[in-house]
Design a protein around this ligand. Structure first.
Ligand SMILES: *Cc1c(COP(=O)(O)O)cnc(C)c1O
Length: 360
């Protein structure tokens, strides 16, 4: 009997890519696949995104895994490279690099390469994480143009910290500052992450970087994917492994954290933080069994969770399937219950969970 399983709906994935293209029709799409494609399986997801124009990852190892998996599309390293010795690897594998600081630029200028590489110059317009300062732009741009190690097709990018909030005009300010800075240069521009794609059409330009929304999940505040016509790709499911009758006053689970206020029935479900389910999910966080929602009680253990199935106890049996999140239970909602964001829940799926890829 399969227990913790992430069912991955490839049709939904392709549908979501089509939505990205519908929302940003004039832009090319960089599919963001870092962190094991947000927990969905790096190579498998890449193989199913025939329609993407490029892939993006955070680390060279992720990019190498894509090449080892036979993927041939351009791959962009979102944080660039970390040592000069990485540069021959970039060239040999046709990886494109972000340049966000002086060390990277100097390394590119100093190296001996048989052919030039493609560069995405990252400018910090207010996130204050990676990126050169706006006043450094002219100098960096000129040096990139002069270096024989850099291809002529330099792209210009920036990143949004607040695009999930439509009431925050910081994104508008960033778009204005960025376009004012680079307007003399006839280069491809890349600004929008998923929140930029969904919420800020003025940010679309030539390339969009689509991560979370590809997986059918909303980055916007107080929304779920269906609000943007997206379909959840992952269904995290498991099974009931025991049914337990308890009486008023019984205390459930580690620490006896939850006390029954009346006689009830619990379903013990084979899922825990050892599978990546958030241990901090609060009392009452829903799961779905046979189309009905039931709340979690007691503390979440490594391998098991107890669910109060109360008066429906006669309809639920050992072996019944339990959805922890997915099409019937938005991961955005579970993230709220665990005081985190859906990104973290998806990335945290552990190797113990098996994967089923479904498509027609
Ligand atoms: C992860 C990442 C993205 C994708 O963000 P989503 O919100 O998942 O769409 C885009 N750009 C950069 C620089 C990133 O690091």
């Amino acid at each position: 009997m399969r227990l913790a399983t992430a069912e991955i709906d490839i049709n939904a994935l392709r549908h979501n890519l089509a939505i990205v293209k519908e929302m940003a029709p004039s832009a090319k799409v960089m599919a963001v696949l870092k962190a094991n494609a947000y927990g969905h399986g790096l190579v498998k997801i890449a193989q199913c995104l025939e329609g993407a124009d490029a892939f993006a990852v955070a680390r060279i190892d992720e990019a190498l895994a894509l090449r080892a998996g036979g993927l041939t599309k351009p791959i962009i390293l979102l944080e660039g490279f970390f040592a000069p010795s990485d540069l021959p690897i970039l060239l040999a594998n046709n990886f494109e690099t972000v340049v966000h600081d002086e060390n990277q630029l100097a390394a590119i200028e100093a190296c001996q390469l048989d052919a030039p590489i493609s560069v995405w110059l990252k400018i910090d317009t207010g996130m204050h994480r990676l990126g050169i300062e706006p006043h450094q732009f002219e100098q960096f741009y000129a040096r990139l143009k002069q270096s024989p190690n850099v291809k002529a097709d330099t792209k210009l990018m920036t990143h949004f910290p607040c695009a999930d909030d439509l009431n925050n005009d910081f994104t508008t300010q960033q778009i204005a500052a960025f376009t004012a800075l680079v307007k003399e240069r006839d280069e491809a521009l890349c600004l929008a992450n998923s929140a930029g794609i969904i919420g800020w059409p003025d940010a679309h330009f030539d390339w969009v970087r689509s991560g979370l929304m590809l997986y059918g999940v909303s980055p916007m505040l107080n929304c779920t994917g269906v609000d943007h016509a997206l379909k959840p790709v992952m269904r995290l499911k498991t099974r009931v492994i025991a049914i337990k009758h308890v009486v008023c006053g019984d205390r459930i689970g580690y620490g006896g954290r939850w006390t029954c206020e009346k006689d009830t029935t619990l379903a013990v479900v084979a899922m825990g933080y050892g599978d990546g389910y958030p241990r901090h999910a609060k009392e009452g966080t829903p799961v779905v069994i046979k189309g009905q929602r039931y709340g979690i009680v007691g503390s979440i253990s490594m391998d098991m969770i107890s669910v109060d199935i109360g008066c429906d106890s006669d309809q639920i049996r050992v072996g019944d399937e339990v959805e922890m999140w997915g099409p019937n239970l938005p991961v955005e909602e579970i993230a709220d219950c665990a005081d985190t964001i859906p990104y973290e829940l998806l990335c945290n799926i552990t190797p113990r969970v098996s994967y089923d890829y479904l498509s027609d």
